[in-house]
Each structure stands twice: as C-alpha cells, then as structure tokens.
Design a binder for this molecule. Structure first.
Ligand code: TRP
Length: 370
C-alpha cells in the first residue's frame, strides 16, 4: 500500500503507547470502518487561510472527501483557538473566513460532515471524561507545553509554568475528544501533531481497558510526505507565525503585489536560473500541471527574467483563484448561509456524538437511575 492510501474495511491498528512504552495493536471494528474509512481533521481558527494551507491541507482534504470509500469529518477547532487567541473579533473573523474558504473551494457538505467544534457540547464533556483517565505525566510530555516551559527557562523565569493556562496544558485531551468522539480511523495532520494523535490513542485505549469495552476506535495519524510544504515570501516555510504568507483570497491587485515580493536572487535576465532552489517556482509548481511545470523549467534554463517570471506566476495563480475568490466574497456577504451550513453539519455530528456520549456516561456510572 502506498503512503497516504487509506485502507478500506476493518483495520488493525498498531503503535507504541507513550503511556506504557509498549507496542499496542487493536482491531477497530466499529460499524463505520466495515465499509468506509473515516477521516477526520480540525482546523484551528486563528488566522486567514493562505496558499500553504490550501496546498498542504485543504486541497487534499477536499479531494479525500470525494472518494467513495471515505467518510469525512472536517471541523473548525474554535475551542482550540481560544488557547492561543483571546481576541474575540479575530476568532470570530477567522471562523467565518475558514468556513467560507472551504466552501468556496468546493467542499461538498452533502459528502463531508462540516461543523464547528463549539457547536458540539459533547466534545467538552468527553474532554472531561478523558481527562480523568489521562495521566498528568503524559501531558507534561506534550510538545506545546514543553516548548512553553523551555521558553520560561531560557528567559530565566522562576516559575516554569508562567503563562501556561490549563487550556494549553490539556490541549491534547481536547484534541483526543475531537477524534475519539467520532471514531476516526485516519487523522491527516502536520508532523507536529503526530504526538497528539498518539496521545489520543493512548487515552482511548486506556478508557476501553478501564471500562472493559470497545468504546473508542484508536486513530492513526496520516502525514503525507507527498504533499508539499510551501515556502513563503521570504523563502522560509509559509506560516502565519513568520508573517510571510500569501492569503488565498486577497484581491487581484494585492495578489500581484505579494507575488512580486517573493524573494528571488540577483541573477539578471538571460542568465540561467535554478528552479529547484526557487520559492517562486515552488509555488507555481504546487498549482500547475506537470507539463506546465516542465515548460517553466525550460524558461528558467533559458534565463527568464524575475519580473517576467513573477508576472507569469501571478497570472497563473490569479486565473486559478478567480472563481473561488468570487464565491468566497459572495459567501462572506452571506454569513447567514454559512451559519446554516455549519448548523446542519453540527446536527449530523451530534447525531453520532450524543449516543456515544450517553454510552460513555453510562459505563462510567453516570447513567440514569431508571
Ligand atoms: N491541533 C490541530 C492543529 O493545530 C488542530 C486540531 C484540533 C485537530 N483538533 C483536531 C487536528 C483533531 C486533527 C484532529 O493543527
């Protein structure tokens, strides 16, 4: 099986538990895995989607949702957003922009369940249940928390937990609830998130063991090495934390301006240029077909000038983004529509979350008396 392929049917999952250090194997025989593979992923709503998000996450997710053997759950991780961002306007705006982006790019919500995390009250409820079976020591090893502690140490602070909220500390538990709630088989994520999926497996396995049943499917992280990580304006990885992004749906004018800002070297027109070390070429090839990419390669070898190359890339991107940009702008004008779409998604999601949560409450001793 190729990397990134999603197996169909009951799958045996294996991994090393962070908790015990032992190799664990589990069969997941939840009903959904008999027919379709459930793919679930969340998008933290703190920023504006950029070309890197599109190439690395949105495009592959939308494509996966079109496969007949895949059952996809995509959600706005807005409870996660509160960990990093306490600016309500930014959280609200980002939720709207991200929802509009996915819809404008063609996510078919009849095919995929698309919802806001904060519309599913069962998620924070499950978070608590998992917190009670999750070792604190496991959270001590979570990399976001460790990074915060390391920073305090570096700055010479007395209190190693300075600036660390319980939200940040327990972040992997919320993420585990997101995943376990819907019995996800595959969770496409960036490399930095693999640890959290492993922790989700750990919590799910521990709950299953403690309460003697197969309540939760144990998820597997999917990190697709084929998916490109785009570079940004300055040549480093495109990321909002580097402030080097090209937002997907900026105006035509702004897009042109940003493309012109992409860092290139000082070679003159007529001098052959190396496409493989060039951010401009990399961005182009992430969108272009194999033939178009090969043609651009020849242009580089023939010494195309940077101005001309940038115009070419701008024209190309603009032609591809024009239609979705129009849809995006129309969607932003109609937040009521987006609200409805997400509410319908939440209804579908809750139809699964409620019975699961009821079962979980019951096995833990929180069932009804009669
Ligand atoms: N923490 C993830 C990130 O920062 C976002 C996220 C939240 C997520 N819940 C999730 C991803 C559940 C996958 C599954 O990228």
């Amino acid at each position: 099986m190729r990397r990134g392929d999603v197996p169909v049917g009951p799958v045996a999952l294996a991994g090393t538990s962070l908790y015990t250090g032992r190799i664990l194997t589990f069969r997941c025989d939840q009903p959904n895995s008999m027919t379709k593979t459930r793919v679930l992923t969340g998008i933290t709503t703190t920023g504006t989607p950029h070309l890197g998000n599109y190439v690395g996450a949105i495009k592959p997710a939308i494509e996966a949702s079109q496969r007949p053997d895949v059952d996809s759950f995509y959600f706005l991780a807005d409870l996660h957003a509160l960990i990093k961002c306490q600016d309500p306007r930014r959280v609200q705006q980002s939720r709207l922009e991200i929802a509009a982006t996915w819809l404008a790019l063609g996510l078919d919500t009849d095919n995929a369940v698309f919802y806001r995390q904060s519309d599913i009250p069962e998620i924070p409820e499950l978070t608590w249940m998992l917190s009670c079976v999750c070792a604190k020591g496991l959270m001590n090893r979570a990399h976001a928390y460790k990074a915060a502690v390391a920073e305090n140490e570096e700055l010479g602070h007395q209190d190693m937990d300075k600036g660390v909220s319980m939200g940040l500390f327990g972040y992997p538990v919320l993420m585990a609830a997101d995943i376990l709630m819907f019995n996800a088989n595959k969770v496409p994520v960036g490399r930095d998130q693999i640890q959290h999926i492993e922790m989700a497996r750990d919590m799910g396995g521990r709950f299953n063991h403690l309460y003697k049943g197969q309540y939760f499917t144990l998820p597997e992280a999917v990190v697709d090495d084929k998916v490109e990580v785009l570079n940004g304006l300055d040549g480093r990885k495109m990321s909002k934390s580097y402030n080097n992004t090209i937002p997907l749906f900026v105006s035509e004018k702004k897009l042109q301006k940003l493309v012109r800002k992409i860092k290139t070297n000082s070679l003159e027109p007529g001098e052959p240029k190396d496409p493989d070390s060039c951010t401009l070429f990399q961005i182009f090839s992430a969108f272009a077909s194999a033939e178009e990419t090969a043609a651009m390669r020849t242009e580089y070898a023939n010494g195309i000038g940077w101005g001309a190359a940038k115009d070419r890339v701008f024209e190309y991107l603009n032609a591809h983004l024009r239609e979705p940009r129009e849809r995006y702008n129309a969607l932003l004008e109609d937040p009521g529509h987006i609200e409805n779409v997400l509410k319908q998604g939440a209804e579908k999601a809750r139809a699964e979350a409620q019975p699961l949560m009821e079962r979980v409450r019951e096995v833990a001793g929180l069932g009804r008396f009669v």
